[in-house]
Every structure is written in C-alpha cells, then in structure tokens.
Design a protein around this ligand. Structure first.
Ligand code: PHE
Length: 490
C-alpha cells in the first residue's frame, strides 16, 4: 500500500520533500512510510536523504492538560459561579488533593478565584485557559515563544524528541513496481518462459562464511582407497554389519579348537546378554563337531569332546574371517561359482592398550575361492594387491593359523624405515574348514588379512594409535590430515 503510494507520487511529482508532511497528506502512518522508503532505497528504486528535526512534544502530563484543561482551569471550573461558592473542604474533595495543590495557587494568582474564611468564590466570569492553548500549539507543531518553552520544560509538560524522516526522489532503478529478484533458476521458470525477464539477486562474494565443515577421518580415507583397489581387482564386499558373532562362526567353523588360548576371556570379549546364539545351521554344526572330534577328509581332527555350549557363546568378533566363513558356507549351499570377496571392518580383542594396540581396530581381508588354487596363486594375488599400495618388494615367512595351511606372514621392504616390516597374514583355508561346508573337493581358497590402522599410521606419520582412534583422538590431526595417497610405500 505505502509502496504503491510513494512510487506513484514520485512518478507524477518527482520528489517527496518531507516524509512527515507526505505521510500526513496521504493519511498513512509515518513509521510505515519510513520503513517502506528504507526498503525501496535498498533496491535503489528511490534515493532518500535523511531529515533530522528536533521537536518539542507533550509529556504525559502535558497531554492530560490538553484534554482536561490546565490544573488552574480545572480548579476554577470546580468552583460554582454565584455568591454561594463552595467550602474549601468541599473544593479540595471535589478536585482531589493533588490537583488542588497544583491548580489553586495559579487560579488565585490569575485572579480567577478567591479563597475566603468561609468559602471559595469565583472572581472572574469568563477565563481563557492559556496553558492549554499553549500546549495545543506545541502539539500542532506551531511556533511558540522561547520563554514559554523554558517554562513548560521546567514544569515537565513538554520534552525534546528527535524526529527522523526523509526527502525522497527517484532512484537509479526507479520503476512503478518492485521487481522480485530471484536467487535460483527453477524448472518452473524454464517451463513458464519466465526466465527471459528474470532479474537475479547478486551474489555477495564478500559475505563471511565458515569453511570449517566436517572432516573425513584418516581411517575412512584409507579404507576408501583399499576398497577401490579391491573393486578394481574384481572383489565383492562382504556384509560385515554384525559386531556380535557366535563362537561357532568366529572359531569353530574355522577349525579353531575349543581349548585354543585365543578363545580365552583374556583375549576375547564374551557377551553377558545375550550370552548365547539362538540358531546355527544344525547339519553343518554336526559336521564341524565331527571334524573337530574325529577328523575326516584325510585329517585326524583334534580328538577332544566338542561342546555345543562353547560354540553357542556370543563374542565380539575377533576377526572378519568369521564373516568369510559365513560367506563360504553360503557359497557352498548352491552350485559352485568362483568368488572374490573382501571386507574392511571393525574387530575386537581383549588386549592391553598401548602405542600400537587398541581393543578395537579394523581388519582388511581378501578371499579368493576357486577350483585348483595353489600357494602360487596366493603369492601372485598378494604381489598384485600390495604392488597397488606401492610395495613391490615382498617376502613371505611361514607361520601358523588354525584355519590356514600353509600360512604366511607377509613382509615388505620399507624404503623410509630401511627395514622389512610385517604388512599382513595369509594362507590357504584348510580342507577341515572348507569340506564340512560342502564345497567341492577340488575347490581351494586363498585368503589374507591386514589391519587398516597400520598403513594409516604409516601414511599419516602417526606413531601413537591413540591419537588416531578412540577417546583420546587428536581432533586437530583429524582436521588437518591431507588426502590419502596410496602407491609409494603405502
Ligand atoms: N584372521 C587373520 C587375523 O586375524 C588374518 C587372516 C585372514 C589370516 C585370512 C589368514 C587368512 O590376523
């Protein structure tokens, strides 16, 4: 409303000299006019110049005298005309003590009333209330004598107020209507054809912005790189979304005997609630029991009394090889197809925490399952895999895992450290593990595992694992760590 009035007025008259006068002439509130002028001038539709005026305005008390008359006039009115007059007591009662106090002396001084011993009488017939007239003049913005101003100010009937208004002329972008500036071009604009007449809001390239967003943890960056390598090599990712695993899948299916020290609570976290798994594939359990107790497929087994309760116990998985076992079992349920699987996820061990060990860490695991794979295939795949990490120089050292035979530790020559460092563990899954699952006799399986933390620490030059992961993690390090680049000695 105000916007239209202002723009139309400027269009036909060119200028608004004084927003105060203007608002009175169009009958709109000055505040509304002022706000509209400010907003229009922001878009350069109008050019506005400040006008500052100091004005005397009535105080609350002044306003009330304007309405009811001055105190002396009110006292005068309270005295009835004629010789009867009014008793002093009654007059005081009629006026109230406050008004009587303020008004009576001036009324006497003006010779409007007379206070005798018996009664109060009017002394004048017709009086003019000059104070009220003076106040009205001020209210209307008319000129008054300086002495009157001083007087009224002293009586606190008027106060000084700064009035702010504008003189307004057409701006550089003057138009009768404000164009809506758009911030984004939408599908709607394109469809309706509006885009041709749109005006865009300018970008404020000087606006202060906060650039400190989220930061990827180094482990996530390195994990991504490893994942890419596996995917390039044609591996499928295994579903590792279960931290809780039964001892059966974590140990027994992997031909790890029930007395094995790793199955001790000193090494493994056992769950109190729920302490046991609810279901296992029963006929496969029977086969696992039998291979542990009495062997088969050319193996002698361990020759001990295998206990179901032990297999049922829930643990936090100690390695992702538990998932590999589940996957291979599943694979064995259908007609055989060769597979390449990988996983990178968290595992848990009840270990003393130090610079290089935490009770939880991440394992990277690769598994290839096919007919007739040999140790040569394992070494070939490992050379291929580690070369992609920048490790061309590998050595293998025999070792022992309950579920692989043969087993090899993997060493790489580190150019920076000038020494051979262990980079992983590997092996061929035992027939005692694969055959009870139902995999065909000629199917073998090569597999290897390494931690995600170790390459990450080497890559980022972190020598205390607690700076990288866990409750004491160094947030500044997480924020400033660069992009991960595998390829040169990791
Ligand atoms: N599961 C082994 C570990 O926890 C790693 C490994 C995986 C070894 C596959 C051989 C084969 O260290």
């Amino acid at each position: 409303m105000a916007e239209k009035v202002i723009l139309e007025y400027l269009n036909s008259n060119g200028k608004i000299e004084d927003s105060g006068v203007f608002s009175a002439s169009v009958g709109l509130d000055h505040k509304e006019i002022v706000n509209t002028i400010r907003s229009l001038s922001g878009f350069q539709l109008v050019a506005a110049e400040d006008i500052k005026k100091e004005n005397w305005v009535l105080s609350k008390e002044g306003e009330s005298y304007c309405e009811l008359g001055s105190p002396e006039f009110q006292v005068f009115l309270a005295v009835p005309p004629g010789p009867e007059g009014i008793s002093l007591l009654e007059l005081k009662k009629k006026c109230g003590p406050e008004l009587f106090k303020i008004g009576s002396s001036a009324a006497i001084k003006n010779k409007w009333i007379q206070i005798g011993k018996e009664k109060v009488l009017r002394k004048a017939e017709d009086v003019s209330d000059q104070l009220k007239e003076l106040l009205l003049k001020i209210k209307d913005g008319l000129d008054v004598e300086q002495t009157d101003i001083t007087n009224l100010k002293r009586r606190k009937l008027i106060e000084l107020k700064t009035w702010i208004g504008y003189s307004v002329s057409k701006g550089a972008q003057f138009a009768l209507e404000r164009k809506k500036l758009v911030t984004d071009l939408t599908r709607g604009h394109l469809q309706s054809g509006d885009w041709e007449n749109l005006e865009f809001k300018e970008y404020n390239v000087n606006a202060k912005v906060t650039l400190d967003g989220g930061h990827l943890h180094p482990l996530l960056k390195v994990r991504e790189q490893f994942r890419n390598i596996f995917i390039e090599m044609g591996f499928e990712e295994m579903p590792t979304n279960n931290y809780v695993e039964s001892s059966f899948w974590n140990f027994d299916s992997l031909f790890q005997p029930q007395q094995h020290p790793a199955r001790d609570s000193h090494d493994t976290f056992f769950l109190n609630e729920p302490s046991a798994t609810q279901s296992l594939p029963e006929d496969y359990v029977e086969k696992v029991k039998s291979i542990h107790e009495s062997g088969g497929y050319g193996s002698k087994g361990y020759g001990y009394d295998w206990k179901r309760e032990e297999a049922n116990k829930n643990v936090l998985r100690t390695h992702t090889t538990a998932v590999s076992a589940r996957m291979l079992y599943q694979l064995a349920q259908g007609p055989f197809t060769p597979k390449r699987y990988f996983s990178i996820d968290r595992v848990f061990r009840n270990e003393a925490v130090d610079r290089t060990h935490l009770a939880e860490f991440h394992q990277i695991e690769g598994v290839v399952c096919d007919r007739g794979l040999t140790l040569g295939d394992l070494m070939g795949v490992l050379r291929d895999f580690f070369e992609r990490l920048g490790m061309k120089n590998l050595r293998f050292k025999p070792t022992y895992n309950p579920y692989t035979e043969p087993s090899m530790e993997i060493y790489s020559y580190h150019e920076g450290f000038k020494k051979w460092v262990e980079v992983g563990n590997s092996g061929m899954f035992r027939p005692e593990m694969l055959r009870p699952m139902g995999l065909p006799e000629d199917v073998t399986c090569i597999a290897w595992g390494l931690s995600l933390e170790r390459p990450t620490m080497i890559l980022y030059g972190i020598d205390n694992i607690r700076d990288l992961f866990g409750p004491k993690v160094d947030i500044a390090l997480i924020k400033r760590n660069p992009i991960c680049r595998l390829g040169i000695n990791y």
